[in-house]
Design a protein around this ligand. Structure first.
Ligand SMILES: NC(=O)c1ccc[n+]([C@@H]2O[C@H](COP(=O)([O-])OP(=O)(O)OC[C@H]3O[C@@H](n4cnc5c(N)ncnc54)[C@H](OP(=O)(O)O)[C@@H]3O)[C@@H](O)[C@H]2O)c1
Length: 436
């Protein structure tokens, strides 16, 4: 765009939409002074009254598609969430020559390639800084700050709800289970009424998809992300991990491995044991952090609030101002799915060390049966402890060497067929720095 006045339309006046409105109310003059750009809010699209927001000086439409067709709007800000209507809205705005700014990670992870192609054809931009890690400018850091690097890996805590639950479960003296902490998080607004997107890892997978695409120059590969959440973790696992010198965090991991004729990419989100001294072990509550391993810059880390009205609004307006200043055009993302020099590793081929917890009846020979099965599947034991030995049932904690996912899964299947076990085997991967 590169003009002095930027005419904005905002669709959706929920948490983020009202945050953008509030930030505009206080910062418009500051933004003009620093950047020379005046942001003029032309129209708001919302389908119900919002008595908490001052809408007296802006046109309001109940039909958000009015904004996509309004010739006086240069940039449409999509903050309604969801994927179906949001996609139709964004495509309509693009076809009418508007730039789009969105905070919608699901929309970008699932439909981004189609939207980017449409934007490139129309000569406009789709920007989405707010979609990953809220107030942290991680998209800008990867896209611009580290653009001269080959990025080797990304490792991050990118779901604040999961991190809040895990740090609460581990808090000294708390002793609350996953379900108890989740219920408290829902009461205090840190978790949604339907928490499944967060606690089953899907939200983190959306964000990792976006980060990996930018970092490695790939089309968006949401359906290839190995996705596990935190809903099955127990207080026992948190306590045993602590005794072994680890913390449990829900991580997003993207890694590339070069071979002479091909690059292999790992994409996974899952809970992990990380050493207590690891920087990410210090990230607590709803905070987010992303570490990036790059060949020239080395390791860098980005930390801050991953959600909330004001941090997310800050990222939304940064994109708006970037477009208004004429930065970043044309659309740059990687939508060419013919890139065959990359192979996304299937889950069976991923390698990691593991924490195993086995509930077993305390019978003669049980330890020998367990260790024989592991060794038959090339799983070496790095450490082994027996817990709760005074009871007739006991728990065996095992740390394994690095082993292929396929081998450890076969070993677990065979262990679970033993009638010595009192419950399914709990398996949590170990992750170091750099992630391996
Ligand atoms: N909250 C955060 O901290 C955060 C952080 C980063 C990214 N995001 C992303 O930002 C987006 C918005 O999140 P949010 O937390 O602001 O959600 P929210 O509080 O639920 O707000 C969404 C708003 O959009 C409105 N809306 C939905 N469909 C509409 C339609 N067809 N026509 C008119 N209005 C419609 C809703 O109206 P009703 O109230 O009438 O349903 C609601 O006011 C999502 O994509 C989310 O993933 C959020």
């Amino acid at each position: 765009m590169g003009s002095d006045i930027c005419r904005l339309g905002i669709c959706g006046l929920g948490t983020v939409g009202s945050g953008v409105l509030n930030l505009l109310a206080t910062q418009t003059e500051e933004i003009r002074r620093k950047t020379g750009t005046t942001i003029s809010l032309v129209q708001i699209g919302c389908r119900r009254p919002h008595p908490d927001c001052d809408l007296s000086s802006t046109a309001v439409s109940k039909d958000i598609f009015d904004l996509a067709r309004n010739p006086d709007i240069d940039i449409l800000v999509e903050l309604i969430g969801g994927t179906d209507i949001a996609k139709a809205l964004v495509l309509e705005a693009i076809s009418n020559g508007k730039h789009v700014v969105t905070a919608n990670k699901a929309l970008i992870a699932l439909h981004g390639d189609e939207l980017f192609r449409a934007a490139a054809a129309a000569g406009v931009q789709v920007r989405y800084e707010a979609a990953v890690a809220g107030g942290i400018p991680i998209i800008k850091a990867i896209r611009e700050g580290l653009v001269a690097n080959r990025i080797e890996w990304l490792l991050g805590i990118i779901n604040g709800t999961s991190n809040f639950i895990l740090t609460e479960m581990a808090r000294e003296g708390n002793h609350q289970t996953f379900e108890q902490v989740l219920a408290g998080a829902q009461r205090s607004g840190y978790a949604e009424a339907d928490p499944s997107l967060d606690v089953e890892g899907i939200d983190a997978a959306h964000k990792l998809t976006i980060l990996a695409s930018l970092a490695f120059g790939l089309p968006l590969k949401f359906d290839m992300v190995v996705t596990e959440g935190i809903s099955t973790l127990t207080l026992d696992d948190i306590r045993f991990a602590d005794e072994l010198g680890y913390r449990i965090r829900h991580l997003g991991i993207a890694r590339r491995k070069e071979h002479p004729d091909q690059t292999e990419i790992e994409l996974r989100v899952h809970p992990a044991l990380i050493p207590q001294a690891h920087l990410l072990a210090q990230v607590e509550g709803v905070m987010n952090a992303v570490m990036v391993g790059a060949d020239a810059a080395g390791g860098t880390m980005y930390y801050g609030p991953g959600a909330g009205a004001a941090p997310t609004a800050s990222a939304v307006l940064a994109d708006v101002i970037d477009i208004a200043r004429g930065n970043g055009s044309p659309q740059q993302e990687f939508t060419d799915d013919t890139v065959d020099a990359y192979r996304i590793l299937p889950i069976e081929e991923i390698e990691s060390a593991n924490y195993l917890r086995l509930g077993v009846h305390d019978r003669a020979g049980v330890m020998a049966r367990v260790t024989t099965i592991l060794s038959n599947h090339q799983v070496n034991i790095e450490a082994l402890q027996q817990k709760d030995v005074q009871s007739s049932d006991t728990q065996i904690i095992i740390l394994t060497n690095r082993v292929r996912e396929g081998d450890i899964n076969n070993a677990i299947d065979e262990l679970e067929a033993l009638d010595d076990l009192t419950a399914s085997v709990v398996r949590i991967r170990l992750v170091g720095l750099p992630p391996e």
